[in-house]
Design a protein around this ligand. Structure first.
Ligand code: R5P
Length: 288
């Protein structure tokens, strides 16, 4: 088995290769002056190939590179291509919320399948039902286990695990159960046109407690910021924001910090200074 690393998953690919004792392919990436992507597989290809290519930052470029890699590898003689996309972009457009909208994640997944992927593996896709769009074998890995392992080693004062909306409740429940602490959720409403968020709080006593807000993705930081502000106003001692995919677009970090968040802890599905937890063991388990 050989691992073909995507430009945004170099470190994760190395961690994975070490665990499963696989070779890493030498791949050349460049962008032409007009903005077009170029990929070249420098090594000889083996029968079994695993592409590890996350799709952030710069989702459109990463997705095009992924398409080029799959098709090229097939053409170069790979017999079985497993496509690991630790963070799959476009997954939040999983429905036609307004008449006439594209269901973007379905389009991306159909293309991955059509171009020649034999298996598709991702981590905490926004809605697991999106995977039903394609027929190839798919797997959605749950990062909460590795997040819990990391958080278990931190000393918290009377911790409370909070989901900022109902969609994250299952995640909060799992984390709360593993950490043996209370958990709950707020109700969130988002205006589909302006993107504005409104939170309906629930009566929870946060006084002097360490609150761990858990979500699948932090994008603009709006959800975490509004949640942290409420929790802080209710007397929380410390606020930790944890998620699988920390995109942190534009001024998200400033927004989150000024809302009172003390620390952001994320996984390496998106590699940045907050990706303190690796999902490599989860992917390795799936590949072996
Ligand atoms: C929404 O359903 C997701 O689980 C996240 O809560 C949301 O996408 C986070 O986005 P943002 O950081 O822009 O509020």
């Amino acid at each position: 088995m050989i691992i073909v690393p995507g430009v945004a998953s170099i470190n994760l690919s190395k961690r994975l290769a070490q665990i499963i004792n696989a070779k890493i392919a030498n791949v050349e990436y460049k962008i032409f002056p007009d903005g077009e992507s170029y990929v070249r597989i420098v090594d000889n290809i083996e029968d079994d190939v695993v592409i590890v290519n996350t799709t952030y930052p710069n989702q459109d470029k990463r997705i095009i590179e992924l398409f080029l890699l799959i098709d090229n590898l097939k053409d170069l003689g790979a017999k079985k291509i497993k496509v690991v996309v630790p963070y799959i972009a476009y997954a939040r457009q999983d429905r036609r919320f307004r008449e006439g909208e594209a269901i973007s994640i379905n389009t991306i997944l159909k293309l991955i399948e059509k171009i020649g992927a034999d298996e598709f593996i991702t981590v905490d896709i926004h809605k697991e039902y999106s995977l039903n769009t394609i027929k190839i074998k798919t797997r959605n890995l749950n990062a909460i286990e590795v997040i819990a392992d990391y958080l278990k080693n931190i000393n918290f004062n009377n911790p409370y695990v909070l989901a900022p909306d109902k969609g994250a409740l299952e995640r909060a429940k799992k984390l709360g159960e593993i950490m043996k602490c209370e958990y709950g959720y707020f109700e969130k409403y988002r205006d589909r046109i302006s993107g504005a968020i409104k939170i309906e709080e629930v009566d929870i006593d946060f006084k002097n407690r360490d609150v761990i807000i858990v979500d699948d993705v932090i994008s603009t930081g709006g959800t975490i910021a509004i949640t942290a502000k409420i929790v802080k106003e209710k007397g929380a001692r410390r606020v930790i924001a944890t998620c699988t995919h920390a995109l942190l677009v534009k001024d998200a970090l400033e927004k989150i910090k000024s809302a009172g968040v003390d620390e952001i802890i994320a996984t390496d599905t998106v590699e940045n200074e907050f990706s303190k937890i690796t999902v490599a063991p989860l992917i390795a388990r799936e590949l072996c």
